[in-house]
Write a new protein. Structure first.
Ligand code: ADP
Ligand code: ADP
Length: 229
């Protein structure tokens, strides 16, 4: 994942807010990065621009060597569906779909074959092989977030973004979710970028990026990540 001089300004004129003031960074495939910083420092905006959910005002985002925002809206949406996974704080599962239907949905949206066996295999791997036909409301928060992770993994995305993915979870569920994200990185070579306020969650990452006032003010390697996990 590579960002080159990404600026994001919301609004215009007197109401303009510079959320990102020129961020450049390069994260290698197969790394797990936590993003920390005070409220309003631009963490969510960084994630949304990097994930193609928002367009930067200036600058470029490259995923796997391809400029994501090079084409129009349709191309951006397709790119996102093919190569990006996203996990939210509040899970964002579709309440009327079963666990299995939630997980196969990204394959449908990407125009791929709906590979039920693949979805079931990933749900087994996140420990939910016996909950396929349940509705999200019948699951605990930790289980719902594991469904959301399975949904993010089903297309084998190059990069998975998490916006406070453990923010609504108890300690034990948070640890399970972090272990799954680490597994995606270390077993499958995926790249994970996670915004978090929780130092315990950040300690699972290989490095921690610090933002303040829309700029990167530090990027520290975490030599003990393996031991924490
Ligand atoms: P963080 O995630 O670190 O709390 P954000 O990326 O949410 O920071 O916000 C960075 C700045 O951009 C803040 O000043 C915020 O108020 C502003 N901002 C974020 N989203 C919007 C928006 N949709 N419209 C206007 N301003 C926004
Ligand atoms: P393909 O994209 O050709 O299916 P992958 O290497 O992505 O090949 O996947 C190989 C197998 O591993 C698949 O059966 C898939 O279900 C599983 N898999 C891939 N990525 C993950 C992941 N991050 N977590 C769990 N299972 C995964």
């Amino acid at each position: 994942l590579r960002l080159v001089s990404v600026r994001k300004v919301y609004g215009s004129g007197d109401n303009a807010v510079t959320a990102l003031a020129g961020v450049s960074l390069s994260l290698s495939a197969g790394t797990f990065t936590a993003v920390m910083g005070p409220s309003g420092s631009g963490k969510s905006t960084l994630l949304q621009c990097a994930a193609g959910l928002e367009r930067p005002t200036e600058g470029q985002v490259f995923v796997d060597g391809t400029e994501m925002t090079g084409g129009g809206e349709k191309a951006l949406t397709e790119f996102r569906r093919e190569r990006i996974g996203f996990v939210f704080q509040q899970f964002n599962l579709l309440p009327t779909l079963t666990v299995l239907q939630n997980v196969t949905l990204p394959l449908k949206l990407a125009g791929r074959r709906v590979d039920r066996d693949r979805a079931v295999e990933i749900l087994r791997r996140v420990g939910l092989g016996d909950r396929l036909e349940r509705l999200p409301a019948e699951l605990s928060g930790g289980q719902q977030q594991r469904v959301a992770i399975a949904r993010a993994l089903v297309t084998s995305p190059k990069v998975i973004f998490g916006d406070e993915p453990t923010g609504a979870l108890d300690t034990r569920s948070a640890r399970e979710v972090l272990a799954l994200l680490r597994g995606a990185v270390h077993t499958y070579g995926q790249t994970v970028v996670m915004v978090t306020h929780d130092p315990v969650a950040a300690a699972h990452a290989d490095s921690v990026l610090f933002l303040a006032d829309g700029q990167i003010v530090g990027h520290l390697a975490n030599p003990t990540a393996e031991a924490v996990a």
